[in-house]
Structure formats: structure tokens, C-alpha cells
Design a protein around this ligand. Structure first.
Ligand SMILES: [Zn+2]
Length: 180
């Protein structure tokens, strides 16, 4: 399971290096932009998605109003339940998933205890999908670019038994070819 090891490594390195990168390299947290990595093996795909929280929530501070808490809950639930990529026949189901929302996780946080006006926050999602027919799929879809109006660009990189590739999707472009 080479791809599983690859993704595990990339997830671990992303989690370890994210704070350092965010401090040293502002481009890694770019509003309107998100990155998704896919690792294929047979009919399984492992996903790592990293996005500024503002792309999905419309704000990037701790929720202050009931509406903002509701938005954060809705987005978290959607990211937990919705396959972030799918076959054209929508055969994928979520086997495992995690959502790290730096803003929504901190429910007891007192929004007035410090000035977070200039604070940035990310949402990191991992998923393991089971997708019958994936191993013969020539193209895949993603619901992300239509679900989140704040997401202007989604960079997708993938690796699997047939090689690797990458593509940038613009807002409302929701299909990409795997080139096999
Ligand atoms: Zn930000």
C-alpha cells in the first residue's frame, strides 16, 4: 500500500509543518485558494484538503453570532459527510473522515478575550472513500467548487498505480480527467 504510506507521510508533514509554513510563507494561506491531495489504490481514495476557513465559512474569526455558529456547524457536517471527490456515477462513500476547523472546534473560546481581527485560520479535512468503479474511471468530480462560492481556485494533485497528475479547477468547474 504505497499510496497509503505516501498520503500518511504527506498528512503528517502537513500537520507538523503547517504553522511554520504559515508564518514564513503567506502564500500557503491564500484566500480564495485551496489544495487537495488524492492517493488512489484500487477503488479507494485517500484525501487531504487544506483551505483557509474563510473560503468555506465566509469569515475567519471565532463564531460570534448564532448564525455564524450555525454556518460553522453546517460546513463541518457537510465536510464530514460529503465525498470530496466522486466518480461520474457518484459511487463514492465516506469510510473515514476528520475535519479540523481551527475556529469551530473552540466552542468555549471567548471571542472578546483577545483581538482576533487579523487572525487567519485553516480547515483541514481528511477522508478515506470507497468508490466502486474508481479503478476504471477516466474522470472524477468534486462538489467543492460549487458548494463554496468563496473558493476561487482548487489545486488538486493525485497519485496512484497509474501515475500522478495535477490540475487547477476554477469556481464551478467540478470535473477533472485523470489522464489514463
Ligand atoms: Zn486568512
Amino acid at each position: 500500500m504505497l499510496s497509503r504510506k505516501l498520503l500518511a507521510l504527506s498528512i503528517a508533514s502537513a500537520l507538523v509543518s503547517a504553522p511554520a509554513i504559515a508564518a514564513d510563507n503567506p502564500a500557503s494561506h491564500q484566500h480564495g485558494h485551496a489544495e487537495m491531495q488524492l492517493a488512489f489504490s484500487d477503488n479507494q481514495v485517500e484525501i487531504l484538503l487544506m483551505s483557509p476557513a474563510g473560503n468555506m465559512l465566509g469569515f475567519e474569526h471565532h463564531p460570534r453570532t448564532p448564525e455564524q455558529h450555525q454556518t460553522a456547524d453546517n460546513v463541518t457536517n457537510w465536510l464530514e459527510e460529503t465525498p470530496l471527490v466522486n466518480t461520474q456515477e457518484s459511487t463514492c462513500t465516506v469510510q473515514e473522515g476528520t475535519v479540523q476547523n481551527e475556529l469551530a472546534d473552540d466552542r468555549d473560546h471567548d471571542a472578546h478575550s483577545h483581538d482576533d481581527q487579523n487572525q487567519h485560520a485553516d480547515i483541514t479535512v481528511t477522508q478515506v472513500l470507497n468508490c466502486p468503479g474508481l479503478d476504471t474511471s477516466a474522470s472524477l468530480t468534486t462538489p467543492l467548487t460549487t458548494r463554496f462560492p468563496g473558493l476561487e481556485h482548487l489545486d488538486i494533485a493525485w497519485a496512484g498505480p497509474d501515475g500522478q497528475g495535477a490540475i487547477r479547477l476554477n469556481h464551478e468547474e467540478n470535473s477533472f480527467r485523470l489522464g489514463r
